[in-house]
Design a protein around this ligand. Structure first.
Ligand code: ATP
Ligand code: MG
Length: 247
């Protein structure tokens, strides 16, 4: 379903975000993507959804070579995808209902379907009572769940979620992954970026570890090795000229 062959991405400012990534994700899989901040996780997702195009290599989505896909064709590719962006991307002028309904209108669903489907999906993410609120009236975690509802609402073939649990409490995180697991059981392919190692351990799915733009491991058993060292990996060394204040 998703096939990366020797994909590299260098941003226009010269930052190398991904090197030579080769990876296949089959229909119906559930994959966690983990790795330190700046490792290239969001870049990987942006290449799948064709928000960015690769500098070299080949990306095939559902049998279509998307590397040189024309801009005008991108909406057709995205029709099969539900995307939870790391920065939510809600429309500020619209209330919660309309933010989710918008995704259904975009694919031509009639209002008769929208008016029952949107509340149903908002209930799944625990936000039915916030339907009339604007995004600015919601907490970060609530906005994140609106973004999740919008990704689910059209029953996409693939759900791509960039840290869908980044702003919610541990219990809600668990519920969100549980919900994605249920959706996955019905055949939807799910790709989730997360920093929450506990969740990754608990759910025992395929785990792709990205490290400095490369796939460091791709398995379910290797995750413990990685998680052991990753706890320390993000802590920077003190620069020499900073005085450390004693306790
Ligand atoms: N639009 C851009 N232009 C230039 N460099 C970018 C751009 N987007 C990301 N980068 C750089 O590419 C690298 C990978 O970024 P990416 O956003 O994929 O990381 P990430 O793994 O998602 O990190 P995080 O966990 O912090 O979200 C980083 O060095 C980042 O600074
Ligand atoms: Mg990111």
């Amino acid at each position: 379903m998703i096939d990366f062959k020797n994909v590299s991405k260098t941003y226009p400012n010269g930052t190398h975000a991904l090197y030579n990534v080769s990876l296949s994700i089959d229909k119906g899989e559930f994959v966690f993507i983990v790795g330190a901040s700046g490792a290239g996780k969001s870049t990987f997702l942006k290449l799948i959804m064709h928000e960015e195009s690769p500098t070299s290599g080949e990306i095939v989505i559902n049998g279509t070579e998307t590397t040189r896909l024309r801009r005008s064709k991108v909406p057709y590719l995205r029709r099969h995808m539900g995307i939870v962006f790391q920065d939510f991307r809600l429309i500020e002028k619209m209330n919660v209902f309309d933010n989710v309904a918008f995704a259904m209108r975009a694919v031509g669903k009639p209002y008769s379907v929208i008016k029952s489907r949107v509340p149903y999906v908002l209930e799944l993410v625990g936000l039915k009572d916030k339907m009339k609120n604007k995004p600015s009236e919601l907490s970060g975690g609530e906005q994140q769940r609106v973004s999740l509802a919008r990704a689910l609402v059209n029953n996409p073939e693939i759900i791509i979620a960039d840290e869908p649990t980044g702003n919610v409490d541990p219990e809600m995180s668990h519920e969100i992954i549980e919900l994605l697991t249920e959706i996955n059981a019905k055949g939807t392919t799910i790709i989730v970026v997360t920093h929450e190692h506990e969740l990754v351990r608990e759910f025992g799915k395929r785990v792709v570890v990205i490290d400095h733009g490369r796939v460091k491991s791709d398995a379910s058993k290797a995750v413990d090795d990685y998680l052991g060292e990753a706890d320390y990996a993000d802590i920077p060394d003190y620069p020499d000229n900073v005085e450390v204040i004693p306790d």
